[in-house]
Design a binder for this molecule. Structure first.
Ligand code: S3P
Length: 447
C-alpha cells in the first residue's frame, strides 16, 4: 500500500484529559496462535475461551482449517477445535494467506516441516519483506525443504519430511518464533529436539505444550543460557485453554493513562508472564504508579489486573538491553511515554525492531520528529529527549501498515497540544480490533 491508496483509513486523536475506567483488552495474540495450532494437532476437542479475534489469529485458524483441522467459533464466544492428531495435517489445496502475521508464518512453517505435506505461505506487502531464513535454516537442518522466489522471503513453499530429524540449535537471534518453529517440528521427530537460548524469550510454547500434556524440559546452563527440549512423538491431550488478555495491547491504554494527568485505569486479567512485562517494569522505573492486583495462574500463565494511575511526571531512563526480549513489541508505546517524560530515554539492543511489521526504529523516529520531539536513532538504538510535557503534535504520521505504530501515535495524540493523525488505521485490526471503542470508553477522543 502507498500513501495514495484509496483503502487507507486515516484516524485522528485529540487532547483528551484524564482517562478513567475498568477495561479488558483482547486475548493475547501469541497465546491465541498457539492454542489454535496445538488444538489442531490434538485428537479430540480443545475448547478455547478468550481467543483474540484479530486478523493475524484468524489467518492461523484459516490455514489450519485448510490443512484439515475442524475449527469453529460458537455463539457463546468459545472456539472448538477438533484436531487431526500429531502428524495428521494434510497439504492444503491452495496457498495459505498469512496476511500480516509473522507469528503465523514462522510457527506454521515449523508445524508443516514435521508433516509429509507441502504448503505455500503468502502474505501482505509488509510480511513479504520479513526475513524467513531464520526459520528456514534450522528447519532445513531437520530435513524440511524450502522454495522461495525471493531468497528467504514470501511466497515460500515448505515441504515437510516424513523423517524429520531432531536437532540441537543455538538461536543466533533472540526469537520466540524461531524457538517455537523448531519445537513444533520437533514434536514429530524421534528423540530430543533442543533449542538453546542465550537471551530468554517468551515461553508460551513451552507452557502451553505442558498444558496439553507434553513433557518439555528446561535446563539452566553454566554459561547462563537455557536449553529447552522436547521429546518428539508424544500425543497431545485435548484440554481447555483460557487465553489471558494481551500485555502488548494493554500497553496502549496504560501509556495513554500515564501521559494524561489525573487518569486511573484498571486493565483486567492481563498475562503477566515475566518474559512479557519489560514495559511495565520500565514504566515503573520512570516513576509510573503501576500495581498488579489479584495475581493468579490460569491455563499455565500468570495473570493479574493492572492498575495504572498518573501521579506526576515520568522521568527518562536507560533501558537495559537484556530486558529487550521481554518488551520487544512495546518500544512504540514506550517511545510515546519517553516523549512526554522529563529527560532522555536511551534504548539499545533494538536491531530486531528493524524487521518487525515495519522498520519500527525508523517509523518511531520519523513520527516523533514530525510531532516536535527530539530523537536520535542508531543502527540498533533509539534515544528520545522528553521535555516533561506532551509534545506539540499537529502532524500526520506514516504507519507503513504497522498496527503498533498506528496505536502508539494515536495514544500520543490523546495528550499532545494539537491532534495527531495516523495515515492509516486498518492494520490495528490485526491485533486489537476494538482499540478505538475501548479507548473512547476510557475517555480518549479519537476519530
Ligand atoms: C512472538 C514473538 C516475537 C514478537 C511477536 C510474537 C511470538 O517475535 O515480536 O509479536 O508469538 O512468538 P520474534 O520471535 O521475532 O522476536
Amino acid at each position: 500500500m502507498n500513501a495514495a491508496s484509496p483503502n487507507l483509513k486515516p484516524l485522528t486523536a485529540r487532547k483528551s484529559g484524564p482517562l478513567q475506567g475498568v477495561t479488558k483488552v483482547p486475548g493475547d495474540k501469541s497465546i491465541s496462535h498457539r492454542a489454535l495450532m496445538f488444538g489442531a494437532i490434538t485428537v479430540g476437542e480443545t475448547i478455547v475461551s478468550g481467543l483474540l479475534d484479530g486478523d493475524d489469529v484468524l489467518a492461523t485458524a484459516e490455514a489450519l482449517r485448510a490443512m484439515g483441522a475442524d475449527i469453529t467459533k460458537g455463539g457463546d464466544g468459545l472456539w472448538r477445535i477438533f484436531g487431526t492428531g500429531l502428524g495428521g495435517l494434510r497439504s492444503p489445496g491452495k496457498p495459505l494467506d498469512m496476511g500480516n502475521s509473522g507469528t503465523s508464518t514462522r510457527l506454521l512453517a515449523g508445524l508443516i516441516a514435521g508433516h509429509p505435506i507441502t504448503a505455500t505461505l503468502t502474505g501482505d506487502a509488509s510480511l513479504s519483506k520479513r526475513p524467513m531464513n531464520r526459520v528456514i535454516k534450522p528447519l532445513a537442518m531437520m530435513g524440511a525443504t524450502f522454495e522461495s522466489e525471493n531468497e528467504g522471503l514470501l511466497p515460500l513453499t515448505v515441504t515437510g519430511s516424513p523423517d524429520i530429524m531432531p536437532i540441537e540449535y543455538r538461536l543466533p537471534v533472540a526469537s520466540a518464533q524461531v524457538k517455537s518453529a523448531i519445537l513444533l517440528a520437533g514434536l514429530n521427530a524421534p528423540g530430543r529436539t533442543t533449542v538453546i537460548e542465550d537471551h530468554p524469550t517468551r515461553d508460551h510454547t513451552e507452557r502451553m505444550l505442558r498444558h496439553f500434556g507434553v513433557d518439555v524440559q528446561v535446563k539452566d546452563n553454566k554459561d547462563g543460557s537455557q536449553s529447552i527440549s522436547v521429546i518428539g512423538q508424544q500425543e497431545l491431550q485435548p484440554c481447555a485453554v483460557d487465553v489471558p488478555c494481551d500485555p502488548s495491547s494493554a500497553a496502549f491504554p496504560a501509556v495513554a493513562a500515564l501521559i494524561n494527568e489525573g487518569s486511573e485505569v484498571r486493565l483486567s486479567r492481563i498475562c503477566i508472564n515475566k518474559r512479557r512485562t519489560g514495559l511495565y517494569e520500565t514504566l515503573q522505573e520512570m516513576g509510573a504508579d503501576i500495581t498488579y492486583k489479584h495475581t493468579r495462574t490460569e491455563s499455565g500463565e500468570k495473570v493479574a489486573d493492572i492498575l495504572v494511575r498518573s501521579i506526576g511526571k515520568l522521568k527518562g531512563v536507560t533501558v537495559p538491553p537484556e530486558r529487550v526480549p521481554s518488551m520487544i513489541d512495546e518500544f512504540p508505546a514506550l517511545a510515546m511515554a519517553a516523549a512526554c517524560a522529563e529527560g532522555t530515554t536511551v534504548m539499545t539492543g533494538l536491531a530486531e525492531l528493524r524487521v518487525k511489521e515495519s522498520d519500527r526504529l525508523q517509523m518511531i523516529a520519523e513520527g516523533l520528529t514530525a510531532c516536535g520531539v527530539r530523537v536520535e536513532t542508531g543502527k540498533d538504538s533509539l534515544t528520545v529527549h522528553g521535555t516533561g510535557k506532551p509534545p506539540k503534535g499537529g502532524a500526520t504520521v506514516k504507519t507503513a501498515f504497522d498496527h503498533r505504530i498506528a496505536m502508539a501515535f494515536l495514544v500520543l495524540g490523546t495528550a499532545s497540544d494539537q491532534p495527531i493523525t495516523v495515515d492509516d488505521s486498518t492494520a490495528i485490526s490485526t491485533s486489537f480490533p476494538n482499540f478505538r471503542t475501548l479507548m473512547e470508553d476510557l475517555g480518549a477522543v479519537i476519530g
